[in-house]
Every structure is written in structure tokens, then in C-alpha cells.
Design a protein around this ligand. Structure first.
Ligand code: TMP
Length: 231
């Protein structure tokens, strides 16, 4: 049995996570077995790596090379622990981000060597590649406004003695979101280049319209891929 591997890509605030949820619910209603995952993360080891990358108090000095390797360490684990077994069982796997994020963020955003990134990603994923990628594009200004609007909604539990003396709730810092606007402009530019480089795999969706109309576009792209898939 061979399942179906779908990935969603886009910058922060592109509405990916909402579309992952809508698509997963729709497929489940139709009787498919669906597994939703996210990157970095998705396994116990991967979630620890995610914490190190995003929220840990110790991550201020993280180098771009370290970031690249940790993203792919999380991915190597996720591919072997979750994705391959699920696909082998005929399930539909939907991932909120996969390796296109590495090309966009570490390649275009951080400026690391893209040829090396391709080799590293190949080492991490082997031949486990998405059947279809939904790439949600929004202008940088829209992404930035949505990112800033949701920041106060993320909180952490006080952990250190100093934090316990502070008024709660404490905002949850996200290292990835501390980058400047030019970084996110390069990421967006990267996503556009990725989208046009693999038109067969990647469906580019201009994601400024309503949630409903985006989900219809997503569905139109996913439906043909369901042919022959067992429930
Ligand atoms: P998110 O789950 O809220 O989208 O956060 C994940 C962050 O990690 C986001 O800023 C994008 C970034 N990221 C990379 O930089 N490279 C990667 O390979 C992946 C999967 C995510």
C-alpha cells in the first residue's frame, strides 16, 4: 500500500496551519486515515529540537549552520519514525512545512549554500518526497502584520526563579520570528523561486483571499491525488 504525502509551505501568517486543519478534517470526514504533523517537531525528539530552535532561553547565539543541521535532524527522525510507516500503511500524511522551508529560510533567508542544502536534505529524507506541496504566498507586509498580531497570544510557564518573580503570563519568545524584515523578504523571494522551479509538485496559491476560497483551491489540487488511494 502506498499512502499520500502532502505538505504545506509559506511564511508565518500565510494561513498554512488553518488550511492543514481544514483539509485534514475534510479528508477524515470522507473516511481517509489522516496524520497531521509539523516541522520542526512531530516526534518527541523533534519537539525538543523545536524548542531549542524557537523558544529555549539558551538559543540566542545560535549560528545559521547549527539551525540548518537541527532542522534536518528533526526531519531525519520524523521521516523514519512517522512518515514512512504511515505512508507504508496507506495513510495520508499532511505536514505543516517540510524541506522547502529549509531552502527558503536557511538557503534564501540565511544565505547558506543551496547546493549543500539540497545534499543535506537528501541525506535527511532519502526518497521520501511530497506527492503534492501547497505553497501559500502572502505579501511580506501581510505576513508581518499577522505575525505581530499573534505574538501576544503565545505564553510560557515561568520556569527559572527569576521568571517566577515576574508578572504572568510571560510572552513566549520565538527566535525565528526575531529576524528583520529583509530576512522575511528573502524567504518570500525564495518561496517564489521554489514554486516556479517545480510546477508539477508545487501548487502556488495566492493566499490573500478568504479562508474558504483558499480551502477550495487547496481541495481542487488535492482531489486528483486521491484517485486509487484506499480508505
Ligand atoms: P512554525 O511552526 O510556527 O511555522 O515555526 C517554524 C519556524 O521554523 C518558522 O519560522 C520557519 C522555520 N523553519 C526553518 O527555518 N527551516 C525549516 O526547515 C523549517 C521546517 C522551519
Amino acid at each position: 500500500m502506498k499512502g499520500l504525502f502532502l505538505t504545506f509551505e509559506g511564511t508565518e501568517g500565510s494561513g498554512k496551519s488553518t488550511q492543514v486543519t481544514i483539509l485534514a478534517e475534510k479528508l477524515k470526514t470522507l473516511g481517509y486515515i489522516v496524520r497531521t504533523i509539523r516541522e520542526p517537531g512531530g516526534t518527541p525528539i523533534g519537539e525538543e529540537i523545536r524548542h531549542t530552535l524557537k523558544h529555549s532561553n539558551a538559543n540566542h547565539g545560535m549560528m545559521s549552520e547549527t539551525e540548518l543541521l537541527l532542522m534536518n535532524a528533526s526531519r531525519a527522525q520524523l521521516v523514519r519514525e512517522i512518515i514512512r510507516p504511515a505512508l507504508a500503511a496507506g495513510e495520508i500524511v499532511i505536514s505543516d512545512r517540510f524541506y522547502d522551508s529549509t531552502v527558503a529560510y536557511q538557503g534564501y533567508g540565511r544565505g547558506l549554500d543551496r547546493e549543500f542544502i539540497r545534499e543535506l536534505v537528501s541525506f535527511a529524507v532519502g526518497d521520501t518526497r511530497p506527492d503534492l506541496t501547497l505553497l501559500l504566498l502572502v505579501p511580506v507586509a501581510v505576513s508581518e502584520a499577522r505575525r505581530l498580531a499573534r505574538q501576544p497570544m503565545l505564553f510560557k510557564i515561568p520556569a527559572t526563579p527569576e521568571e517566577k518573580t515576574l508578572p504572568t503570563p510571560l510572552p513566549l519568545r520565538d527566535r525565528m520570528e526575531e529576524a528583520d524584515r529583509s530576512f522575511f523578504e528573502r524567504v518570500e523571494e525564495g518561496y517564489k523561486a521554489i514554486g516556479s522551479s517545480e510546477p508539477k509538485r508545487i501548487k502556488v496559491i495566492e493566499a490573500t483571499s478568504s479562508v474558504e476560497s483558499i480551502s477550495q483551491t487547496v481541495w481542487a489540487a488535492v482531489m486528483p491525488k486521491l484517485a486509487g488511494l484506499e480508505k
